[in-house]
Design a protein around this ligand. Structure first.
Ligand code: F6R
Length: 260
C-alpha cells in the first residue's frame, strides 16, 4: 500500500485525478470504478477540467459505480445516478450506454446483482477503482462486519452512515436504510485501487484501515490485501497515522528509485 499525504483537499483531489488520467491515457477504453459522496467531488472537477482544457477523452471509457440507495429512482436528486450525471457525466464526452450504476429500483435485486458482477467481467474488469471511506471505515456500503469476500448485494446501512448522510436529505427519516453495493471481494478484483480521504472526521477510520489489523470491522483495511492500492489523504485525514513521516520519506525518495 502506498500512502500519499497532501496539504489540503484540492491537492489531494488533483493528485488522485492525475493517476486516473494516466490510466485513461494508457488505455483509452479503460474501465473506471467510481464513487459518490463529498470526497470525490474535487477529483471529478479536476477530470472535467482535464477533459475541457487538455482533451482527456472519455468517449470509449466504461464506468461502474460502487453503490446506490435502494428505493431511489435515477431522477431523485439524492440518488447516485443523479449525483454522477450532475457532477461528472454531463460535463464530459462519455457515452451514457457505457455507464453503469447499480439500480435502486430493480424488480429482482438478486438477478440484478449477478448481472452487475457479470457485466464488470464482460467489460474486462475494473482498471482503477475510486473509493472514499466512511467514518466507520466502510468502502462502498460495506458496513462493519461485511465479509471481505462479499460480492454485489443489498446491505442494511449502519446507523452511523445514516447519520453521516442525513446532511444531504431534508430529514433524517428520508435517508434510505438499504443500499445495493459492490462487495469487498468485487472491489479487491480491480487492478488498481485509489482511496481518497479528507477531513478530521476520517482520521480515526483511516488510521485503522492503514495501520490496524485487516478486519471486517473496518472494510477499508482490506486494501492491505491488494497489490496496487494507493491512499490519498489530506493532512487532517492523515492526522492519526503513526507512520506519516515514513510515508512522506518514501514519496520524497520515490523518483530516484530504480524502475522495477
Ligand atoms: C459512495 C461510497 C461511500 C463513500 C463514503 C464517504 O459511493 O462508496 O463509501 O465513499 O461514505 O462519503 P463522503 O465522501 O461523503 O464522506
Amino acid at each position: 500500500m502506498e500512502v500519499i499525504i497532501k496539504a489540503n483537499y484540492e491537492e489531494t483531489s488533483k493528485a488522485a485525478a492525475k493517476v486516473v488520467a494516466e490510466v485513461l491515457y494508457a488505455k483509452p477504453n479503460g474501465v473506471l470504478g467510481l464513487a459518490t459522496g463529498s470526497t470525490p467531488l474535487g477529483l471529478y472537477k479536476e477530470l472535467i477540467r482535464m477533459h475541457k482544457e487538455e482533451g482527456l477523452d472519455f468517449s470509449s471509457v466504461r464506468t461502474f459505480n460502487l453503490d446506490e440507495y435502494v428505493g431511489l429512482p435515477p431522477t431523485h436528486d439524492q440518488s447516485y445516478h443523479y449525483f454522477m450525471y450532475e457532477n461528472l457525466f454531463k460535463h464530459i464526452n462519455i457515452q451514457m450506454q457505457n455507464v453503469h450504476v447499480p439500480s435502486g429500483t430493480a424488480n429482482n435485486y438478486k438477478a440484478f446483482c449477478e448481472w452487475y458482477e457479470k457485466r464488470i467481467v464482460e467489460c474486462g474488469g475494473i482498471d482503477i477503482q475510486v473509493l472514499g471511506i466512511g467514518t466507520d471505515g466502510h468502502i462502498a456500503f460495506n458496513e462493519p462486519l461485511s465479509s471481505l469476500g462479499s460480492r454485489t448485494r443489498i446491505k442494511t446501512l449502519a446507523k452511523q452512515t445514516i447519520d453521516d448522510n442525513a446532511r444531504f436529505f431534508a430529514r433524517r427519516e428520508d435517508v434510505p436504510i438499504y443500499a445495493i453495493t459492490m462487495g469487498v471481494g468485487t472491489i479487491l478484483e480491480a487492478r488498481k485501487l485509489i482511496l481518497l480521504a479528507s477531513g478530521k472526521n476520517k482520521a480515526k477510520a483511516l488510521a485503522e484501515a492503514v495501520e490496524g489489523p485487516v478486519t471486517s470491522m473496518n472494510t477499508a483495511s482490506a486494501l492491505q490485501l491488494h497489490h496496487n492500492a494507493v491512499i490519498f489523504a489530506d493532512k487532517d485525514a492523515a492526522a492519526n497515522l503513526k507512520m506519516a513521516e515514513y510515508y512522506n520519506w518514501i514519496q520524497k525518495n520515490k523518483p530516484g528509485a530504480p524502475k522495477a
